[in-house]
Design a protein around this ligand. Structure first.
Ligand SMILES: [Zn+2]
Length: 195
């Protein structure tokens, strides 16, 4: 780590401490008098963590969208097109996030394209990579679309249809077969192959 990184890590620690103190005050008010059950402490703390994660995801992609050049090359006709931003909701491992993304419209091809899509590894659909990875691994283990839906609803607490689970699973099935041949190298720690 360079000096700036060390400084930022220390700053983060201070701010997380402050965030935790505020979250505790809020918990205290919500829980009222008496000793709260540990479950109440844990679940309220977990919710704060989810909020933080989603906020980081949103800010970071917003920064990237702001850094994007004002013109992007249409992938189809190579025309230079003006870039603006748009909001788009994706489902991440920590719940839905409203992402700010750069978008361009090609007047020749009459189509929108997202200059940072490939770099970000997001496809045209609504699920982020980490969430897809969870679904694919779960489905491979439990071998039931319905059970995946139940587990995802009860464990991370996210609503998803069996159709979406099936679609994602089929999309990546070929890549998973290839990953199995490679003894799963790069799948758990890497990314779900591009559908
Ligand atoms: Zn074009």
């Amino acid at each position: 780590m360079d000096a700036k990184q060390i400084e930022l890590v220390a700053e983060l620690k201070v701010l997380l401490r402050r965030t935790s103190e505020v979250a505790c005050q809020l918990q205290k008010r919500e829980q009222g008098r008496g000793t709260p059950h540990y479950d109440q402490i844990e679940s309220a703390a977990h919710d704060v963590g989810l909020q933080l994660s989603r906020m980081v995801q949103q800010l970071r992609t917003g920064e990237l969208a702001a850094e994007q050049t004002r013109e992007a090359t249409c992938p189809q006709c190579r025309n230079k097109c003006p870039v603006t931003t748009t909001n788009r909701q994706v489902t991440s491992v920590d719940g839905p996030v409203e992402l700010i993304k750069s978008v361009a419209f090609c007047t020749c091809c009459r189509r929108f394209f997202f200059p940072q899509r490939k770099g970000l590894g997001l496809d045209a659909r609504e699920s982020a990579r980490g969430f897809k990875r969870q679904l694919v691994i779960l489905n491979a283990e439990v071998r039931s679309l319905k059970r995946v839906r139940i587990v995802v609803d009860r464990v991370p607490g996210q609503k998803i249809s069996t159709n979406t689970v099936e679609r994602i699973y089929l999309d990546v099935a070929k890549d998973l077969a290839a990953a199995e041949q490679r003894e799963w190298n790069g799948v758990i720690n890497g990314e779900v192959p591009e559908p």
